[in-house]
Design a protein around this ligand. Structure first.
Ligand SMILES: CC(C)C(=O)C(=O)O
Length: 508
């Protein structure tokens, strides 16, 4: 695969995993490539695997010698099979290729090697020539021949036609590429036509669009045809190992091993999956060493959010659940994938805020990067809507200033502390902001979470002011304290607890 180069250690680890998955052959590299590659192939050959270890070799004696130097069990001898390859690539003729192939097969066999002859570009070659190439290869002592769809251009019908012809001479392998997205279909057509061995790569890595993916072939054979080949449970670990070693990430929607292969987000799918795990899955994820995931985002529904919340020991009532679902969808709409930590922050925020409010933030817009950061806010204060603008040292400062202007004397409170935590990693993380505000003898500590740091800050500040005003209005005696942090929001007034949070501590 372009850009991929594996160290000897990485290849050895992958080879061990392939052996554990019960593959029959490990093709460890092309011995002609370099001294380093030969060292690596020798290392794999010396691992004592159950699998037969082979090396690719072009149709030249030096390549077979290089393979012998590596102590492999066999060679995959690649010879040209289409006129384009015979004439333009190697500058030979059909007769010349046949003679050279016989010579090399005999040479390799004389040196004790297992031999497979691959007719390169065979899918685009003349079937009569392929037929002759296979016949002379088997007569010379090859163990099998291989049908190659080198540029992934064949149809399943063409594959079946060629493979069934080659199979009249002995065992046939299939080597397919995915340029037209037909690699697996062609493998299945080839097997159905008489082939009994598949060349495949983990995660489908390979030239251009890649080779057929090992995990896709093995799963399709077992699930659709009841043919057991590999130990499927090992496949995900193998896929991860190869992705890490090659630096080629697993596509999110890649079959079998992609991140989303067993993930459900939409409300309909999540709801159905919670009722019956098989509702939207072709087979249980454990089959290939994986787990099901319910993902929260803009497609989330109540059932999925409720299930995810209950896993985190949140038990919202219907209104609270609606509010949490709305927040989750809002985050999803803004392109965010909602993680467990995000959900916890949102739930804590929502559960801590379910109460009658005097002041509420309706909308906010803030700009920074120009000369003077500015912000404007729209607030609901009891039944009245107020808008205001402010400037400040940054967007948060400007927005808080706008809130103060909109509230007038009601905003007469000091910001005692301001603390920001990224709840999750990444620049799209949900941030939790905690502010403590003081008005006279009373303080309010409030946290708010949002993917937008300015919004979370202003939400928290407005919430804190609202709690202080509510407390003031109700106050009949002594100094009090309002605490609406992650515990869901508690209100104390002097030594009397009037908590609105489920876990309010009466001792406070
Ligand atoms: C090297 C050969 C086997 C190849 O990749 C092909 O023919 O597709």
């Amino acid at each position: 695969m372009p850009g991929v180069s594996l160290s000897a250690d990485e290849k050895a680890e992958i080879a061990r995993d392939l052996d554990a998955a019960a593959v029959d052959f490990v093709e460890a590299g092309s011995a002609c490539t370099s001294a380093g590659e030969r060292e690596t192939i020798s290392r794999v050959a010396g691992l004592g695997l159950d699998a037969t270890v082979t090396s690719f070799a072009r149709g030249v004696r030096a390549d077979v010698d290089h393979a012998l130097d590596c102590d492999v069990d066999g060679v995959n001898l690649v010879v040209p099979a289409s006129d384009r390859h015979v004439e333009t690539k190697v500058g030979s003729s059909r007769e010349g290729v046949l003679e050279r192939t016989i010579e090399l097969v005999e040479y390799a066999r004389d040196h004790g090697l297992w031999v497979e002859v691959l007719g390169e570009d065979g899918s685009r070659g003349d079937l009569e020539f392929l037929d002759r190439l296979s016949a002379v290869s088997m007569d010379a002592g090859a163990h099998r021949v291989c049908y190659c769809d080198t540029v992934g251009a064949a149809s399943p019908e063409r594959t079946a036609e060629v493979v069934s012809t080659l199979a009249t001479h002995g065992p046939v392998s299939v080597h397919t590429h995915d340029d037209l997205g037909l690699a697996n279909a062609n493998v299945l057509a080839g097997l159905n036509a008489g082939a009994d061995l598949v060349h495949a790569t983990v995660n489908g890595v390979g030239e251009r669009a890649g080779n057929v993916a090992l995990e896709e072939v093995a799963v399709a054979l077992e699930r659709c045809y009841g043919v057991e080949t590999l130990d499927l449970e090992t496949l995900y670990r193998l896929a991860r190992r190869v992705a890490d070693a090659t630096g080629v990430p697993l596509g999110a929607n890649k079959a079998v091993v992609g991140d989303n292969a067993f993930a459900h987000e939409s409300g309909i799918h999540t709801d159905g999956t919670l009722k019956d795990g098989r509702m939207y899955e072709p087979y249980p994820p454990e089959t290939v060493g994986r787990e099901r995931r319910l993902v929260l985002g803009k497609h989330a529904g109540r059932a999925g959010v409720k299930a995810a919340l209950s896993e985190q020991d949140f038990d919202p009532d219907d209104d609270e659940l609606d509010a949490i679902v709305a927040r989750v969808k809002d985050l999803g709409d803004r392109g965010k994938r909602v993680t467990d930590a995000d959900l916890r922050a949102v739930a804590t925020d929502v559960l801590g805020k379910e109460r009658e409010r005097r002041v509420e933030l309706l909308s906010l817009s803030a700009t920074s990067g120009g000369d003077v950061p500015t912000a404007s806010v729209r607030l609901r204060v009891e039944d009245e809507e107020r808008t205001s603008a402010g400037t400040g040292s940054g967007p948060v400062d400007a927005a808080v200033e706008a809130v103060r202007t909109a509230l007038g004397p009601d905003a007469n409170a000091a910001l005692e502390s301001y603390h920001v935590d990224a709840v999750t990693g990444g620049t799209d993380a949900v941030v939790a902001v905690e502010v403590t505000m003081r008005r006279g003898d009373r303080t309010a500590t409030v946290s708010a979470a949002d993917a937008d740091i300015t919004r979370a800050s202003v939400e928290a500040a407005v919430d804190a002011l609202d709690r202080l005003l509510a407390e003031e209005a109700e106050a009949t005696d002594g100094p009090g304290e309002v605490d609406a942090r992650a515990d869901g929001g508690r209100t104390t007034d002097g030594d009397r607890t009037t908590g609105d949070g489920s876990d309010a501590d009466p001792a406070e």
